[in-house]
Design a protein around this ligand. Structure first.
Ligand code: ZN
Length: 404
């Protein structure tokens, strides 16, 4: 971390804290990056701050519009468009030292680069941001920045001296004496500004829906397409992608998360679709009903209604227009309260016996037999009221409902 006080921080503002981690963002080693052996800086930029030069990598983007193709162009928006909703290119400083004037076989004439913490910058970051191919830029440092740059250079030189002592231990040398010797050689100093891009992409759709996604990374990584902005993440399905769509419900999602309801042809999130257990079709839940007997979910139109109990059930439960419950049923005891209540109201049914049937909370079916035929009573068990009655003759299989 570059030490700084309030007076020193003028040009660095928030950048210095960010520069403490110079490899923020995805670091991709780029061996193809061309390295420029020697950089000549124009004399006009030999600034007043410690005589150091300020520069930018030759290919570092300086304008927001340079990022549009790689960031905005990464997304395809159906029936809408994308735009920047805030995009900044923060210049972040790196320190370069070069001991080109020194005749020291252990100290090469290459630039040595340091991050805001004074630690050496990784070779991969140097290559991909093009540190060694830089050009002078307008001065950003102010006179008040001098003490800070001085301390930064001291930290970097101390770091360099420590490395040299480890690599080339020599009698009597200490880090302090080694640092002093290096500083005495008056290394060429450059403050290199690299642009850190951050902001938000806004997606706006013709139907009024909108969404946003943030991005952050080295500007040159975006422009060179070494780094792609993050894909949009559908908030409901978690599916990610770069092709965005807005549903009629104004939910913004990605095309991979969209399915078509096969009952209504409505486009919706695939997570909202359910499977019809009869047809296998994927449909919205409102088009499904649950079979009262099997519990299977199926498209309502594919269920069949039992002629007796009127419940919707899967076709396999129906035979002779009756569901399996209404056809079979369980034996009903003679003292069953519902049966007793019904016989009290309808003593003419006393002639029937061998009662069987079934019931749930809303309806009950009771079937009695006699030598004259059969009687089926569909009733409301809560109110103990009769809903419908059917008869069958002794030699007939067909049931006939009494007209109400
Ligand atoms: Zn039934």
């Amino acid at each position: 971390m570059v030490p700084q006080n309030e007076a020193d921080s003028a040009a660095f503002d928030s950048d210095a804290s960010n520069a403490a981690d110079p490899v923020v963002g995805s670091v991709v080693a780029d061996d193809s990056a061309s390295l420029q052996e020697s950089v000549t800086l124009s004399p006009g930029n030999q600034a007043g701050v410690l005589g150091c030069t300020e520069a930018i990598p030759v290919n570092d983007p300086q304008q927001v519009r340079e990022l549009s193709p790689s960031i905005l162009g990464a997304y395809q928006v159906s029936k809408g468009h994308q735009e920047f909703s805030g995009c900044t290119l923060d210049p972040r400083p790196f320190l370069g030292l070069r001991f080109s004037a020194v005749e020291d076989e252990n100290l090469s004439a290459d630039w040595k680069w340091f991050g805001g913490d004074g630690m050496p910058v990784s070779e991969s970051l140097i290559r991909k941001l093009g540190f060694d191919s830089h050009q002078p830029c307008d001065a950003r440092l102010r006179a008040g920045d001098t003490p800070m740059v001085e301390r930064w250079r001291k930290i970097a030189v101390d770091q360099l001296a420590s490395e040299r002592l480890i690599e080339n231990p020599s009698d009597g040398a200490t880090q302090a004496s080694s640092s002093e010797a290096l500083l005495g050689q008056d290394p060429e100093t450059v403050i290199l500004w690299c642009r850190w891009a951050s902001g938000t992409v806004a997606f706006r759709f013709d139907n009024g829906a909108s969404a946003r996604i943030p991005f952050a990374g080295w500007a040159s990584d975006f422009v060179s397409k070494r780094q792609k902005p993050d894909p949009f993440r559908c908030p409901e399905t978690g599916i990610t992608g770069y092709e965005l769509v807005a549903l009629d419900s104004q939910t913004v999602t990605v095309s991979a998360a969209v399915g078509i309801c096969q009952a209504s042809q409505i486009a919706t999130l695939i997570s909202r679709l359910e499977t019809c257990e009869i047809s296998g079709k994927r449909v919205l839940p409102e088009f499904l009903s649950v079979c009262a007997i099997s519990g299977r979910k199926a498209i309502t139109d594919l269920l069949e209604s039992c002629q007796w109990c009127q419940r919707q059930v899967v076709p396999s439960q129906i035979s002779g227009h009756r569901c399996s419950d209404c056809r079979e049923g369980e034996p009903i005891a003679g003292n069953d309260p519902l049966l007793v209540a019904l016989l009290k109201k309808h003593p003419e049914w006393e002639k029937y016996g061998n009662w069987r049937g079934w019931r749930d909370a809303e309806r009950a079916v009771l079937v009695g037999k006699s030598w004259r035929g059969g009687l089926a009573v569909i009733c409301d068990p809560r109110e103990q009221t009769v809903l419908r009655v059917a008869h069958r003759g002794p030699l007939r299989r067909q049931w006939t409902f009494d007209t109400p």
